[in-house]
Design a binder for this molecule. Structure first.
Ligand SMILES: CC(C)(COP(=O)(O)OP(=O)(O)OC[C@H]1O[C@@H](n2cnc3c(N)ncnc32)[C@H](O)[C@@H]1OP(=O)(O)O)[C@@H](O)C(=O)NCCC(=O)NCCS
Length: 194
């Protein structure tokens, strides 16, 4: 193959790449700045589902929540993600059943290697097991595993694995005590316009 032909192929690949980036960026904007403010859950739910986000029965995502890479996010039955949260699916995000994720919580599944000369990017999944309550404005960092029944206090910053039914507060979050391990509830929250 001659040089001219090679350059033509490279150029057409570059155009395809830019076109793909344009379309995916446009869709991310549409999902986060148009769909996310539609006040009717059934409409938002439709768009999240066609974006590949797996939503359990009666789960919901509140208004103004930002969703990154929805196809890598799984949300369990009856779980409530309240308003203004940040759900990052880049590294894979799984939230169990009957979890309550309070307003302004951020769950992050990507980062950069601190000693990398090239500022290299990395992804690590986050898993939140059943019956977890995350208080408002908590931050759950990449690679974390929040075990069943935990409470993460308002404003806590978590990186790592928690013990089942532990109550964690602060930055960095530490365990202050245990929650009653006999909890057994099913969330049932269907507000209008949220
Ligand atoms: C973690 C939490 C559940 C603990 O509740 P609790 O068991 O009733 O705790 P207490 O109020 O008895 O506080 C125990 C101690 O921890 C401190 N504390 C409680 N929550 C804290 C938090 N989120 N961050 C830092 N410190 C906290 C209290 O000041 C208190 O300190 P002290 O012993 O020095 O006085 C609660 O404080 C919390 O963060 N709730 C989240 C509320 C929220 O986000 N609601 C929105 C959705 S409804």
């Amino acid at each position: 193959m001659n040089r001219k032909r090679l350059k033509q192929i490279k150029d057409s690949n570059a155009v395809l790449k830019i076109g793909f980036e344009f379309i995916t960026s446009f869709y991310a904007w549409f999902l986060n700045y148009i769909v996310a403010v539609i006040p009717f859950w059934c409409v938002r739910k439709f768009f999240y589902k066609i974006s590949g986000l797996k939503l359990g029965k009666d789960a919901r995502i509140g208004l103004h929540t930002r969703v990154i890479r929805p196809a890598r996010i799984v949300i369990g039955d009856r779980t409530i993600i309240n308003e203004y949260c940040y759900l990052d699916g880049r590294g894979g995000l799984q939230v169990g059943d009957d979890c309550s994720i309070s307003i302004y919580t951020k769950i992050i599944t990507a980062s950069h290697r601190v000693n990398s000369l090239e500022f290299s990017y990395c992804e690590n999944s986050v898993k939140i097991n059943n019956l977890v309550w995350v208080g408002c404005e908590a931050i759950i960092l990449d690679g974390s595993l929040i075990e069943k029944g935990c409470i993460i206090g308002a404003g806590a910053v978590i990186k790592g694995t928690t013990e089942p039914f532990g109550i964690y507060i602060g930055n960095p979050a530490t365990k202050i005590r245990d929650r009653n391990p006999n909890i057994d509830y099913k969330l049932d929250f269907h507000p209008f316009f949220r």
